[in-house]
Design a protein around this ligand. Structure first.
Ligand SMILES: *Cc1c(COP(=O)(O)O)cnc(C)c1O
Length: 463
């Protein structure tokens, strides 16, 4: 080590001394000595690295209390940070999918801070398991005989297969062997559930006789999977649920559908792309239907299985149910969300997912035109700002080809450089409440469909 760096190292203050500094002592009182000492040690290590690499003290060493406060602020920024979702995808899996309705948020807050009647009967009626109240609501809404709730729809499919067809063959069309983002693949789930996948038909065409010919001694389930993230077009044929359910009933084999998203209300009445409804599949004779809590349903992350009483009982009693069950927070949110469906006329106002999906393009256009003059002074020097028509996606389990007309605020760099665009997107990702847009066609798009607090966005982008 050179004498020079030796001299620099000796200029680093000792932790003990720093802890007693008047500007640092109050931070120790507020946050405790453990955390503050750890952060100071970390800063000291950074300073040592700088000395080793550059043979000089970093500039921040002139003010240790300031550096410490900056480090504290960095540490306290939660990893799960609220963002402005202006990506144009309403149910964005990477941004946490559905926003909960106010009554669901209130129920969750109540359930978190108090003991609750999770598996406790106030009337001594012996209602049984923790899903009971939510299952009763689901029966009322879908006409199902019973229901079961687990952690997500992937878990619902896994539990259903493991409980209904253990060690048996499960027949699925080759056109429906889906992969959903995040490594949910039907053949893999089958294997994990201890079932043997039997593929029938072809990629584009599967007929009822294909299912019938596959049925044998070992068949435990006939299953359909909703092809939620792709579509097969052209010369195609698929067997509908009613026909498959009839075949299952004739042969004494249960039938099931993994619906992915599904919707408890008819989306077409709002001018939205039609989505299959669990109640219609049950009415068509399907024994079990699974779907997600946080896709179009607009609730918390959960997997919902509705259907026949005897089969649901097998799910409830299976050891995997204990591993995949949900807690009181999820049940509180799900119950409050489902209650909103009892007043369907009010749903488009009260359920954020539906409210955002049904927003008319005009509302986003008006907003874009109000935001334009508010943001032009701040960005006009380097970007051309425009209000432009665009297309939003529903996201999670709805066809990517189904688009909703929307409006965006766009930022085109005056220097025409992609790097300027990337830098802007990067800067917005670093804001206290990050703003998430989408880059395309040489500009940054802020799709306003999911913006409900205009003022907050202006404030965030003007900082
Ligand atoms: C989304 C989806 C799943 C997975 O649901 P999660 O709730 O994300 O676990 C499974 N199957 C289909 C068809 C889906 O669309």
């Amino acid at each position: 080590m050179s004498t020079e760096s030796h001299l620099l190292y000796s200029q680093l203050p000792a932790i003990d001394r720093l802890l007693r500094e008047p500007a640092i002592e109050p931070l120790v009182a507020q946050h405790g000595q453990t955390l503050i000492s750890e952060l100071l040690r970390r800063l000291q290590a950074q300073a040592r690295d700088a000395i080793q690499q550059q043979q000089r003290l970093p500039a921040w060493c002139a003010d240790w209390p300031l550096a410490l406060r900056a480090e504290l602020a960095r540490q306290q920024r939660p990893a799960l940070l609220p963002v402005f979702n202006l990506s144009g995808t309403v149910l964005h899996t990477n941004l946490g999918r559905a926003l909960l309705a106010q009554p669901a948020i209130a129920s969750v807050a109540d359930a978190m801070g108090a003991a609750v009647t999770l598996e406790y009967d106030l009337d001594g009626a012996g209602r049984g398991h923790r899903d009971r109240a939510v299952a009763d609501l689901l029966c009322r809404l879908t006409g199902a005989e019973d229901a079961c709730i687990v952690n997500n729809n992937a878990a619902a499919v896994l539990l259903m297969l493991a409980a209904v067809a253990p060690g048996k063959q499960v027949v699925v069309s080759r056109g429906e062997l889906v992969e959903i983002g995040g490594a949910f693949r039907i053949p893999d789930v089958m294997r994990q559930a201890g079932c043997q996948l039997v593929e029938v038909g072809t990629t584009n065409r599967t007929h009822l006789k294909d299912y019938r010919n596959a049925i044998g001694e070992q068949t435990g389930l006939l299953m359909k999977v909703h092809t939620s993230n792709y579509s097969i077009q052209g010369f195609t044929a698929a067997v509908d649920e009613a026909a498959l359910a009839q075949l299952g009933a004739e042969q004494g084999i249960p039938t099931a559908t993994d619906l992915g998203s599904g919707s408890l209300i008819d989306m077409a009445q709002y001018g939205l792309p039609a989505e299959p409804m669990p109640q219609r599949l049950l009415a068509a004779g399907v024994d079990l239907v699974t779907f997600s809590g946080d896709k179009l349903l607009g609730g918390p992350q959960a997997g919902i299985i509705v259907g026949k009483k005897a089969l649901i009982a097998r799910l409830q009693q299976h050891p995997l149910k204990r591993a995949l069950r949900v807690g009181k927070i999820t049940l509180a949110a799900l119950e409050a969300t489902l209650r909103l469906y009892l007043q369907p006329e009010l749903l488009a106002q009260r359920l954020p997912t539906l409210r955002l999906l049904t927003r008319p393009q005009r509302a986003m256009q008006d907003m874009a035109e109000r935001l334009l003059p508010a943001l032009a002074p701040r960005y006009g020097e380097h970007f051309q700002l425009r209000a432009e028509a665009c297309w939003s996606q529903i996201g999670s389990g709805s066809l990517p080809v189904d688009r909703l007309p929307s409006y965006a605020l766009t930022f085109t760099p005056l220097d025409g450089r992609g790097a300027t665009l990337e830098a802007l997107a990067e800067r917005w990702r670093r804001l206290p409440q990050p703003v998430i847009g989408r880059i395309g066609e040489g500009r940054l798009w802020l799709d306003l469909r999911c913006l409900e607090q205009e003022g907050a966005l202006i404030e965030a982008l003007s900082a």
